[in-house]
Design a protein around this ligand. Structure first.
Ligand SMILES: NC(=O)c1ccc[n+]([C@@H]2O[C@H](COP(=O)([O-])OP(=O)(O)OC[C@H]3O[C@@H](n4cnc5c(N)ncnc54)[C@H](O)[C@@H]3O)[C@@H](O)[C@H]2O)c1
Length: 241
């Protein structure tokens, strides 16, 4: 494929459970992928993937994000996937934990969006931003703590703002909000809480990262060109009332 027709994607949190599946999906779909993650060892395990460029970046550092995007041009696709879930209980969540939760889950995506829309300028076709949110922003029966929920709700408001703001520039922006998906993030909760949350999944099993990545691939495919401003909930129908 020549340089003009190659589509370039940036995936944050690329070395994590969901990130690796998203990278694999986009590479299989023919995109060049730059993966940003703080986990240098995890990225090193992926370095041999054809079409993949690893970049070790702390996404809580806005300058580091700016420096990274200065090296990644042009950009056609951004997937804001980096995130974590801190589990301190309200009303004793330390101020520093709240700040870090918002920095990793929300501010990182905000800064990456600002850098990416500039790097998308002049690119052909419909450019895509996919934000990996969480079902935890909407389901108040599950265990998620309030700073995690709020970080994802903020992300989804950013999705809607940018979708509206850039509709005529043909940048489509959507959130995917998954429920229980089997990744290393499962380690943040106790075995009891995890078992109960998995038992509540209608299919009797957690979702797999590849299943979520398939939806990212769909949004990034031509079929996704006409969808923008949505929060797509993936949860096996768990919360339908
Ligand atoms: N696993 C689930 O059940 C689930 C459900 C809903 C939403 N999500 C969301 O999916 C996304 C991916 O999570 P996952 O389940 O793959 O977890 P994961 O822990 O396997 O992956 C998260 C990745 O983000 C990276 N990261 C964390 N802090 C970073 C920083 N400061 N700079 C750069 N990279 C950083 C980690 O190194 C890791 O590779 C997250 O945003 C998470 O909130 C996960």
């Amino acid at each position: 494929m020549d340089q003009a027709s190659t589509r370039n994607a940036v995936v944050t949190g690329a070395a994590g459970g969901m990130g690796r599946a998203i990278v694999a999906r986009l590479l299989a779909d023919g995109l060049q992928v730059t993966g940003l993650d703080i986990d240098a060892d995890g990225l090193a395990e992926m370095a041999a993937l054809s079409g993949f460029t690893p970049m070790t970046v702390d996404l809580t550092d806005p300058q580091a994000i700016a420096d990274a995007f200065a090296q990644i041009r042009p950009v056609d696709v951004l997937v804001n996937n980096a995130g974590t879930c801190f589990m301190s209980a309200f009303p004793d969540i330390p101020a520093a934990e709240l700040d870090r939760q918002m920095a990793i889950n929300f501010s990182s995506a905000f800064h990456c969006c600002q850098a990416a829309v500039k790097a998308m300028a002049g690119r052909p076709g419909v450019r895509k931003i996919v934000n990996i949110s969480s079902n935890g922003a909407y389901n108040f029966d599950v265990f998620d703590p309030p700073h995690y929920r709020a970080s994802k709700a903020a992300m989804d408001t950013l999705t809607k703002d940018l979708a509206r703001r850039y509709a005529r520039e043909k940048i489509a922006v959507n959130s995917i909000a998954p429920a229980m998906t089997e990744t290393p993030l499962f380690g943040v909760v106790s075995a009891e809480v995890l078992d109960a949350a998995i038992a509540a999944m209608p299919h009797g099993r957690p979702m797999q990262p590849q299943e979520v990545a398939a939806w990212v691939g769909f949004l990034i495919s031509p079929a996704g060109d006409i969808a923008s401003g949505n929060v797509i909930v993936l949860n096996q129908g768990r919360d339908v009332r």
